[in-house]
Design a protein around this ligand. Structure first.
Ligand code: X8Z
Ligand code: ZN
Length: 606
């Protein structure tokens, strides 16, 4: 339910979508005095279901066919949803203070939170905001860096080059080049902040950041404390990794370029946003040549098609006892980048028609990295399919972090043993050195991501609350990047830049703390699933592939959708009601031992 409005900005997992009765029609305009809370919720569910089809179709077409026309269509659908939503929230006020059944109260509370893009009631402003949100998504999707009129690189091409190039200056050019898409977004973003905050205020929140933080079955302030607590738990892991990576990059590029007492230049970490660093594994490999799990080579040698890569992911879920994806998944998804038009390549998973019409939208490349993204996206689809029998208002993740964690949990089971079993690698050595190598590969993605996952919304919370003013947008961004990640831009940036706009989720209006939470939760999920699967041995060696028992428990949690507080869902699977980083810390204990040895005598920190 939460993601409906996100869709209109070209965003993500359409956890559910619908088409409503038109604005001002008898049905929606008047809450009949006699309507009980249960009747009201039943009507909301019905209207929401109907409304979703139209919004989903418009959003899909917009994301897979970016033109001025689809902008009009998608923002009109978004507007229609927004009108319905505001109207229903007003009507729901009638039930405030009434003693309601818990499920009824929950449905009404979720209805209030049922948009990530709250719009003002003023019709002109509402129209303006939905159009701005649609345009920002389109600007990102169609963004290009052009050296000349006929020499342009798309976002996904540049992303690929950032992964493979090891030339300092060339990397800097791509890094700066991609960021040229963002300055034109800045005035639109400023206006979006004003309008979306007005919308949030009308729903009773101080600003949009507070509204986003209210989605976690606790007060927004408590949630902020939870996120901070989790970050403090994992920070020591990141600090060791940062220290080791900086040292190796200093050896590689020279300590004049990578000073050993300061931040790491943001463009040499193998990723456009320095958010995951797995692509510099070649530079970081602890024991060169020991058990190289070269899935990339297998994909090439066997010439896996995008569909075959998706099938491989589907087979994993099926091995857990889950259903095959519907036939329409294969005919309606976008697997590859169309050559004849602009699309949003950033991967997303869609649950249209109340979870019966599942799709992914990707521009799949033949790499192991992309294979893991496919496993991630199918996690969303399997979640959407699992909760499709819930009423529309309960069709969503227990919280956003749960939704992001499902597929990632499955990727933790892509152990050497699993990869060998399905023919993606030829040997699966499990020596001590091989274990450290594999842990390094994983940590470069999973641990490096943590501060990034934390800071994106910290920036937005500041922007929405007004603590960060438009004239400081870029400075505040880099302050946070420095504080949390210990990275710095390769060249001087100013307020003529708008670097946050170069990251999909900012123009896409997709909240980001969900990914931070997912990084921690997935290890908690995995620890419990491995116990259920009867795994013996340590957690890193566990794959739940083929375990119907684990699959059943996982599926049961997913089937609850957001019908109950996430603490209840977590408890059913893991026996605990708290998010907790001890599982990720235990998981990487072998690597931490290695890193501490390597870092001995180094001056860590920035
Ligand atoms: O956006 C995504 C997914 C789609 S939900 C591909 N992720 C974040 C990102 O790319 O920034 C997954 C990891 C973090
Ligand atoms: Zn995702």
């Amino acid at each position: 339910m939460k993601h409906i409005a996100g869709l209109l900005a070209g965003a993500l997992l359409a956890t559910m979508i619908a088409a409503c009765t038109p604005e001002g029609s008898d049905e929606t305009a008047v809450a009949t005095a006699a309507e009980t809370a249960d009747e009201f919720v039943a009507r909301a569910n019905k209207e929401l279901k109907d409304l979703s089809a139209e919004l989903g179709a418009a959003s899909w077409v917009r994301a897979t066919y970016i033109t001025d026309d689809t902008a009009i269509i998608a923002s009109a659908a978004g507007e229609k949803y927004a009108v319905w939503h505001s109207d229903m929230v007003k009507q729901a006020l009638a039930y405030d203070g009434q003693d309601l059944a818990p499920a009824t109260r929950r449905a009404i509370d979720l209805l209030k939170l049922g948009t990530s893009l709250p719009t003002p009631n003023d019709a002109a402003k509402r129209k303006e905001l939905t159009m701005i949100a649609t345009e920002l998504g389109g600007m990102y999707g169609a963004g290009k860096y052009c050296r000349s009129d006929d020499d342009c690189l798309s976002g996904s091409e540049l992303e690929g080059l950032m992964q493979t190039s090891r030339d300092y200056d060339e990397l800097q050019e791509y890094w700066e080049g991609w960021r040229t898409i963002a300055p034109p977004m800045r005035p639109k973003y400023e206006r979006y902040v004003e309008l979306v905050n007005e919308g949030a205020a009308e729903l009773g929140y101080s600003d949009l950041g507070e509204m986003w933080r209210a989605e976690y079955d606790m007060s927004p302030t408590e949630f902020q404390g939870e996120a901070a607590r989790l970050w403090e738990q994992v920070k020591p892991l990141y600090d060791e990794l940062h220290c080791a990576v900086r040292a190796k990059l200093g050896e590689r590029y020279g300590t004049d370029k990578v000073p050993q007492d300061g931040p790491i230049p943001a463009h040499i970490l193998g990723n456009m946003w320095a958010q995951e660093w797995g692509f510099i594994y070649d530079i970081m490999e602890p024991y060169p040549g020991v058990s190289d799990l070269d899935v990339d080579s297998t994909l090439k040698a066997k010439d896996y098609s995008p569909q075959e890569m998706v099938r491989s992911a589907e087979n994993f879920y099926v091995s857990l006892g889950m259903d095959r994806l519907p036939d329409t998944f294969w005919t309606r998804s976008q697997f590859t980048k169309p050559q004849d038009r602009e699309v949003v390549c950033h991967a997303s998973a869609w649950g249209l028609d109340g979870g019966n019409d599942l799709r992914i939208k990707m521009c799949i490349k033949q790499t192991y990295d992309e294979l893991r993204v496919i496993y991630h996206e199918l996690g969303h689809n399997y979640y959407q399919g699992a909760y499709k029998d819930q009423p529309p208002l309960f069709q969503g993740g227990a919280h956003g972090g749960f939704h992001e964690a499902i597929g990632d949990t499955i990727t933790l089971s892509m152990t050497p043993g699993y990869l060998k079993e399905v023919g993606l690698v030829s040997s699966a050595e499990e020596s001590e050195k091989a274990v450290i190598n594999r842990q390094m590969q994983m940590a470069l993605d999973k641990i490096a991501f943590l501060p990034f996952g934390k800071l994106i919304d910290e920036w937005r919370w500041g922007v929405f609350s007004g603590a960060i003013k438009p004239e400081d947008y870029n400075k505040a961004w880099w302050d946070l990047r420095l504080k949390y990640q210990g990275i710095a831009p390769p060249s001087e940036r100013s307020e003529a830049d708008f670097d946050p706009g170069s990251k999909y989720h900012i123009p896409g209006n997709v909240s980001y703390t969900r990914y931070f939470l997912a990084r921690i939760l997935q290890f908690q999920f995995q620890r419990s699933l491995c116990e259920i699967a009867g795994h013996e041995g340590d957690l890193p060696s566990c794959s739940i592939y083929g375990s119907k028992e684990a699959g059943e428990k996982f599926h049961a949690m997913m089937a609850g959708g957001q019908s109950e507080p996430w603490q209840d869902a977590l408890e059913k699977l893991t026996g605990t009601r708290e998010m907790d980083a001890s599982a990720i810390i235990d998981y990487f204990a072998p690597l931490m031992g290695y890193l501490k040895e390597q870092n001995a005598g180094r001056n860590c920190g920035w």
